[in-house]
Design a protein around this ligand. Structure first.
Ligand code: MN
Length: 252
């Protein structure tokens, strides 16, 4: 099988290298990733300027294709131009830092996998609950195991799996929890400082609210030591509202 591997942290990130080493056990791994850090760029695409693709070599060996665009750009250009046939799997990660709850809406890691799903390819985003000192070696081993399991169930083409891993050795993980996405919002904060010319600037910080986190959600399950798997869909239609609003008889 052929796997398209990408991320949002850039082609030189440690998480993508670890994943490449492990996933090669499943087949051919082709890397098409941003040329630089593109975290929190969500599902942006580049249309006002051209895209450049550059071959990247690591220790003298061909490593992958670097694109001066977003994670979604990478998947589009890989499937439409770089690969001669669509891959069997689009894999995005491993991201240092979780992509649970509403983070999936800001995440470039998840957006790359979403783009794969939109193109009808089975896709997965993989994130690790550690921004500092992530153990990518352990996480990529768990990922390989889990991806094998998932593919063994023959998911429908275009299925999207959002996977989040606790940062601990494989034998300390409590199990796999298929979970819903939490909808708890962010408690946004801005660090306000003064630049050397006396101008004010703002740096976004803040954290996800700890209030009202549903027990069956990705946020709660990951916190209690489970690997979480959340199936996602890019159809954002609010089905309940659709039914209700259809009955309003809106007219001009
Ligand atoms: Mn990232």
């Amino acid at each position: 099988m052929r796997i398209l591997l990408t991320n949002d942290d850039g082609i030189y990130a440690a998480g993508i290298a670890a994943l490449k080493r492990q996933m090669s056990a499943l087949g051919e791994v082709v890397i098409v990733a941003p040329d630089a850090q593109r975290s929190a760029t969500a599902h942006s695409i580049t249309i006002e300027r051209p895209l450049r693709v550059r071959e990247v070599y690591v220790d003298g060996a061909f490593f992958g294709h670097a694109v001066d665009g977003s994670p979604a750009d990478c998947v589009k250009i890989a499937v439409r131009e770089i690969l001669d046939a669509p891959p069997d799997l689009v894999l995005s990660g491993i991201n240092p830092g979780t992509n649970v709850g509403i983070n999936v809406l800001y995440s470039g890691t998840v957006a790359a996998a979403l783009e794969g799903a939109i193109l009808g390819i089975t896709s997965a985003a993989v994130s690790l609950a550690a921004a500092e000192r992530p153990d990518f070696a352990a996480a990529s081993q768990v990922t390989l195991y889990l991806i094998r399991e998932i593919l063994g169930h023959n998911p429908l083409p275009g299925s999207l799996f959002n996977i989040n891993l606790p940062n601990c050795p494989a034998d300390a993980i409590k199990g796999v929890a298929v979970s819903r996405q939490s909808v708890v919002s962010y408690e946004d904060k801005f660090d306000v400082r003064i630049d050397p010319r006396g101008g004010r600037y703002y740096w976004m910080t803040g954290q996800m609210s700890r209030q009202n986190v549903a027990a069956d959600s990705d946020v709660a399950r990951l916190q209690s030591g489970f690997v979480t798997v959340t199936p996602l869909h890019y159809d954002l239609t609010d089905e309940k509202a659709l039914e209700e609003i259809s009955r309003w008889g809106l007219s001009l």
